[in-house]
Design a binder for this molecule. Structure first.
Ligand SMILES: [Fe+2]
Ligand SMILES: [Fe+2]
Length: 255
């Protein structure tokens, strides 16, 4: 049995610092073999930068996934040339980067796939068809998917669509952890959203009052990063690396 840690959207410098602070104790407590971290909001001003990617990797992530904010830091787009930094796989062909990564763990291997929903998000390629295409090319049974999507219905649909075919489907993007973690068909670990890592008293990581102002007055307001005590949200999944079946998923929230 092996343990995979998946951490939801790390927001800003405070989120990166909190991840680095808490990672060693999580790794020890849950005996983590592989860590995947969504870091699409880790850079200052959103997106993923060289600096924030280094910080998340140095904290202990093996693979970084992203989402609709992947390309926000235009000066740092070459970080997507690194094997372990992903953007959603269903961006059109020819787009910078890739959405699949294969980790060689010695006696076994693990594939991580980053894919994005299209409900209330950009109309990129159909994520269901894209997953079928990708799975044809993957030759390990240990496959974990970060499905970055807005609609809970689309995430549920993807969880069931991939059940029995992948070891785990974890939703990201809403920054709010859901309480529906489960193992589908005795095989696939699933949660609609893993949650976020960053300042807890915030609107998805943004300072409360800048968010309130934008929603109250419908005028453009510059979002600022929230300040205060952080929390870290994610899941730990125990899987059998010989069969690719997940046996246990547990949510974690560390304050
Ligand atoms: Fe996000
Ligand atoms: Fe997002």
């Amino acid at each position: 049995m092996k343990n995979l840690l998946f951490i939801g959207d790390v927001v800003g410098k405070s989120g990166c610092d909190f991840l680095a602070e808490k990672f060693p104790q999580i790794k020890r407590k849950y005996n983590i073999d592989i860590a995947v971290v969504n870091a699409e909001n880790s850079a200052r001003g959103n997106g993923l930068s060289k600096v924030s990617a280094e910080s998340v990797i140095n904290a202990g992530a093996d693979v970084i996934t992203t989402g609709n904010h992947a390309f926000r830091q235009m000066k740092d787009l070459d970080i997507y040339n690194r094997d372990y930094i992903l953007r959603p796989a269903n961006y059109p062909d020819g787009c910078t980067g890739k959405g699949v990564c294969l980790l060689d763990m010695g006696a076994y291997s693990v594939a991580v796939i980053n894919i994005m929903g299209t409900a209330f998000l950009e109309p990129i390629d159909n994520p269901f068809n894209k997953m079928d295409e990708i799975l044809k090319e993957i030759h390990t049974k240990n496959i974990f998917v970060d499905f970055h999507a807005e609609a809970t219905s689309e995430k549920k649909a993807m969880g069931y669509y991939l059940s029995g075919r992948v070891s785990g489907v974890f939703g990201t993007h809403t920054h709010v952890q859901t309480a529906d973690e489960t193992i589908i068909k005795n095989h696939t670990a699933y949660i609609t959203d893993a949650g976020m890592t960053g300042v807890e008293e915030s609107c998805l990581g943004v300072s409360v009052w800048s968010a309130v102002e934008r929603m109250r007055f419908h005028m453009p307001v510059k979002f600022s990063e929230a300040e205060g005590a952080c929390f870290l949200c994610g899941v730990v999944v125990e899987f059998d690396e010989k069969t690719g079946k997940s046996h246990k998923i547990q949510r974690i929230i560390i304050r």
